[in-house]
Design a binder for this molecule. Sequence first.
Ligand code: FMN
Length: 214
Amino acid sequence: MSGISFRELDPRDRYKLLCGVVVPRPIALVTTLDENGKVNAAPFSFFNVFSEDPPLIVLGLQHKADGGPKDTTRNIHRSGQFVVHMVDEALAATMNDCAVDFPSGSSEVEATGLKTLPSVDVSVPRLAAAPFALECRQHVALAFGLGRELLVGEVLRLHAREGLIDEARMYVDYDVYQPIGRLFGNLYATQRETFALTRESHAQWLARSEAPSD
Ligand SMILES: Cc1cc2nc3c(=O)[nH]c(=O)nc-3n(C[C@H](O)[C@H](O)[C@H](O)COP(=O)(O)O)c2cc1C
């Protein structure tokens, strides 16, 4: 009746509830360059877009158990550059391989055999297998507590696989895209079933609610 007070909840349980309730979350498979020029790749589902002018995305970067930053975080702080790749059904298993805790300095891209292509506005390569790649630069990083930061990135350029965008209308073809979303833990969702809802003006709403029902 009184709900669950987050102030009284252990952080682990807050994590379980928030991740289980706020679903599905899109997945950013992020490439960065380390100090030796190796391409790092890791998935992040505390991720979303929140503005188009300026074009901004956010990543929720958690630090490692020892309190140090993950390779992705360290690399973005150093260069200010990264590429976000959207994950489709075909890329799902390789995305999951990129979350293996490979030692710092070893490349998930090399380990998984992912092919890369050069980017245009950033020096970080992008993944050829991704349906969409967003070249980004760090806009601002906000620290929350000792273990988490929110990184805001500006999208500089979008690359799309052939056939995914109707550029005359700037529409994305979801049947071709086949994105996946993250639920809780090891659970993921496809987005094969969609439905449409027409958004009405107030006048349309009134006309519909006043129309005689049969
Ligand atoms: C689907 C998925 C989503 C994830 N989302 C996040 C996230 O939002 N934030 C985070 O810090 N780690 C997240 N992780 C864990 C990182 O991917 C993992 O710690 C990875 O090893 C970090 O790699 P790095 O040290 O090369 O940056 C996620 C893992 C998976 C499989």
